[in-house]
Each structure stands twice: as structure tokens, then as C-alpha cells.
Write a protein that binds this ligand. Sequence first.
Ligand SMILES: CCCCC/C=C\C/C=C\C/C=C/C(=O)SCCNC(=O)CCNC(=O)[C@H](O)C(C)(C)COP(=O)(O)OP(=O)(O)OC[C@H]1O[C@@H](n2cnc3c(N)ncnc32)[C@H](O)[C@@H]1OP(=O)(O)O
Length: 286
Amino acid sequence: MALAAARRLLLHAGSRLGRREAVDGARRFANKRVLVETEGPAVMKLRNPPVNSLSLECLTEFTISLEKLENDKSIRGVILTSECPGIFSAGLDLLEMYGRNPAHYAEYWKNVQELWLRLYTSNMILVSAINGASPAGGCLLALCCDYRVMADNPKYTIGLNESLLGIVAPFWFKDMYVNTIGHREAERALQLGTLFSPAEALKVGVVDEVVPEDQVHSKARSVMTKWLAIPDHSRQLTKNMMRKATADNLIKQREADIQNFTSFISKDSIQKSLHMYLEKLKQKKG
Ligand SMILES: CCCCC/C=C\C/C=C\C/C=C/C(=O)SCCNC(=O)CCNC(=O)[C@H](O)C(C)(C)COP(=O)(O)OP(=O)(O)OC[C@H]1O[C@@H](n2cnc3c(N)ncnc32)[C@H](O)[C@@H]1OP(=O)(O)O
């Protein structure tokens, strides 16, 4: 209920902002954690500092922004990137999965599923400009895209590292990984929780292209231009043919997946693992 109300408020605020900024001549709309520019190829920038973690609020704003873009028939493609220096996205927000109650975990997971389903089955062309670290849920966002361009900076890594946290990548994360890099590579990378450097990610197929950091956005734009030259109807039907079975696999068991997540994440042993991981992140500083 609370989330539905927040959603209505955000949609309302979003459209107000949209109108005001259009009057200024810049075609863009924004909410607190997601900025969308629709001048030229649409660009969606995550801005949830310090690390673009996908908190419930961030997920909600992201989903709403995507919904607005989908409803604007003049927008055929979106570049997904980050406004946080050095970070594409740190993935799901660990604080949404630690020390909360089962109802919160269920609500959070429903929203993770919702964003994934919308992104993965989007009719728009999605290109990610990966300009920073992209672990776990950050990698998931990139994997939803039709093409991934990554900055050539060895400090940036990408991959589904869940097993390093003592948790397990859900089956639909795994399915998408298998679809992208094949069964053997996915099996190894998932068990080891591998975080790939840009060069390794290119080799294994997690990303499609690695370019110097200052060229990530221009490359993403030129990729978008190429993809926009393809007729929408044939490209969309082809995308749907490739992705439908994977999305349907979650759709048919959404409730069971929420229950699984809630009971798994509520376990004492899993909470303990998350606690240790969060402590490790804190200690990194000191
Ligand atoms: C069998 C049934 C199975 C059912 C399924 C069950 C479970 C699966 C569930 C979920 C799948 C999970 C998916 C995820 O996405 S989990 C999140 C994984 N993310 C990570 O591991 C990234 C962790 N972060 C980092 O490695 C680094 O922070 C960074 C992104 C490389 C950035 O490094 P940098 O040095 O720039 O920053 P800091 O490390 O100092 O971080 C700053 C600040 O942010 C906090 N933080 C970092 N990441 C997260 C996060 N994901 N969520 C929340 N908070 C995060 C960090 O703790 C610091 O906080 P502080 O308060 O100390 O300033």
C-alpha cells in the first residue's frame, strides 16, 4: 500500500518535472535517483550515491522512469549509464536484505522482479555504457541490455559475485547469464562469484565491447545509431523470440520465487553472512 502511494506520488512529481524542464528547452525528466535525458538518444543515468545501490526507492524510480519511456512512442532506444564516478551500480542494496522483516523482504523482491521483467522484455533498444564497477545486481542491469559497452579501466569489474557474499544468484539471474555467456562459463563464474576485469569480461562475452573510458558514451551512442537503423517490428519480434521463455519462467512462478527469497534471506546463517560481508566493506575503509 505504502509503495503504491509512493509510486503515485513519484509519477505525479515526475510528470510535473517533465513539463517544467520541457519548458526550459531541455527534454529531460528526473526524479531523485534517476535522470532521463530524451534529447537525441535517450539516456538514463543512475544517481544514487555513493554506489548506485538499488534501494527500494531507487528501484521504484527506475521502474517508473522506464515505464514513462516505454509509453513515449517517439523513444525507441535508451542508453543506461551512471552518474556516480567509478561505479555503474553496486547491485541490490544490501541494507534492504539485512536486518529487516519478512514483509519487507517480500516487498523488496517483488520490486526487483518487476524491474528485471520490464528491462529484460523492453521493446526499446537498451545499450549499457558501463562506466564503473558492476557487481551482482549491477551486472544484472547490464545483462538486460541488448548491447554492453564497458570502460577499459582494470579497477572496474563486472559479474555475478553472489556466492562470495554467501548467497545464491536466483535462477533467473542464472538463466540470463547462461543466455549471455553459455552454460559452462556461467557455471564456473557463478560458483566462483567471478568479478571480471573489462578484458576478461570481453573475452567471456559478459560485455560486447571495451573502449577507453572517455569514449564509453560516444561508443554507446554510435551503437545505438546502428541498432536504430533496424526496423522496430522485426527487431522487437526477434528480441521477444529470444527472451520470452526466460522471462516466462519467472512470470509463472513469481509468488514462489518471492517466498523462496524471503525464507532464504531470513535464515540466521544468511543474515550472518551478510553481516560479515557488510563489516568487510566497512573495514576496507579503515
Ligand atoms: C536458494 C534460493 C535462492 C533464492 C535467492 C536468494 C538470494 C539472492 C538474493 C539476492 C541476489 C543479490 C544481488 C546483489 O546485487 S547483492 C549486492 C552485491 N554487491 C556487491 O557485492 C558490491 C559491494 N560493494 C563493493 O564491492 C564496493 O562498495 C564497490 C561497489 C566496488 C565500490 O567501492 P568503493 O570503494 O567506491 O565504495 P565503498 O566500498 O567504500 O562503499 C561505499 C558505501 O556504500 C556501501 N555499499 C557498497 N555496496 C553496497 C550495496 N550493494 N548495498 C548497500 N550498501 C553498499 C558500503 O558499505 C559503504 O557504506 P559506508 O556506510 O561504509 O560508507
